[in-house]
Design a binder for this molecule. Structure first.
Ligand SMILES: [Mg+2]
Length: 276
């Protein structure tokens, strides 16, 4: 008899990996290198971007600095790239933003260095949630493959007086943060990173299916696949609507489980998700 679930697709940050712990330690390292004021401003850029992109509806109260600061950061990034592109997670641009906000001379080579320094600290300290370790071990014991799909962090390089976005470079840098899973014996069957096309664009999920199919060596039956993550749109509703998976689970840690619609529900822990 075929298994009910054969492939599980999981988001990375705030789903498998406790981003906040590693982020706080990387910010502390930036404070030692560049001073506490710089670190605080850099962390403030990140927090405003994170909370601003999380809001649904029009309640900006959780966003530090509110809508005004969020939009000012986005506008500064557009200007910095000069292309109309918006790469919200680029740590290199975050460092430029902090230099400008503090009235420091803008030194983009130094901003690249600071962004990379932060990232190396983050990548050297990956913390997997205890419930995720348990869940991934359950999957392995049940012979179910798991795949990771995660957004782009738009790593930029300052070269010859211009910012260069090389999707392959950016992807490799982000992949460093997924390697530690292998050390825990939790090797994903495939990894899809949003360079150059990110969630929730339909082409991102097509790439995810191509990667998973190549890893499995056979077509993935969508009716035996589920998707899980902490972003309702990017991790649950968009992949469900473009791929026809069996089910999607919106992770809301500590909250009671609730059905959203026929194919999706919110869960307070990964271990509430039925896999067989
Ligand atoms: Mg996430």
């Amino acid at each position: 008899m075929p298994k009910i679930v054969e492939n599980v697709f999981l988001d990375l940050d705030y789903t498998i990996v406790d981003f906040d712990i590693s982020h706080a330690q990387a910010i502390a390292a930036v404070a030692k290198e560049c001073g506490p004021e710089f670190a605080e401003t850099f962390a403030g850029w990140f927090q405003t971007t994170l909370e601003g992109r999380r809001i649904r509806g029009d309640d900006w109260t959780k966003v530090p600095g509110g809508r005004q600061k969020f939009e000012a950061i986005a506008a500064a990034f557009h200007v910095e790239l000069g292309t109309g592109k918006y790469l919200p997670w680029s740590r290199q641009l975050g460092a430029v933003y902090a230099q400008e906000a503090l009235g420091l001379p803008v030194d983009r080579a130094q901003a690249e260095h600071i962004g990379n320094f932060y990232w190396k600290r983050l990548a050297s300290n990956v913390v997997v949630y205890p419930d995720a370790q348990k869940f991934l071990k359950r999957l392995r014991a049940a012979g179910i493959q798991f795949h990771i799909f995660t957004g782009s962090d738009s790593h930029l390089q300052w070269q010859d007086g211009t910012w260069v976005y090389d999707p392959e470079y950016s992807r490799q840098v982000k992949a460093e943060r997924i390697q530690p899973l292998t050390g825990l014996g939790l090797q994903p069957a495939s990894i899809t990173i949003g360079d150059p096309i990110d969630k929730p664009h339909p082409e991102f999920y097509e790439a995810m299916m191509r990667n998973a199919t190549a890893a499995a060596g056979k077509p993935i039956d969508p009716s035996t696949a589920i998707t899980i993550g902490d972003s309702h749109e990017a991790d649950v509703s968009a992949p469900l609507s473009s791929l026809g998976f069996r089910a999607g689970y919106w992770l809301k840690p500590g909250q009671p489980s609730a059905r959203i619609d026929e194919r999706s529900m919110s869960v307070g822990s990964l271990n509430e998700i039925p896999i067989n």
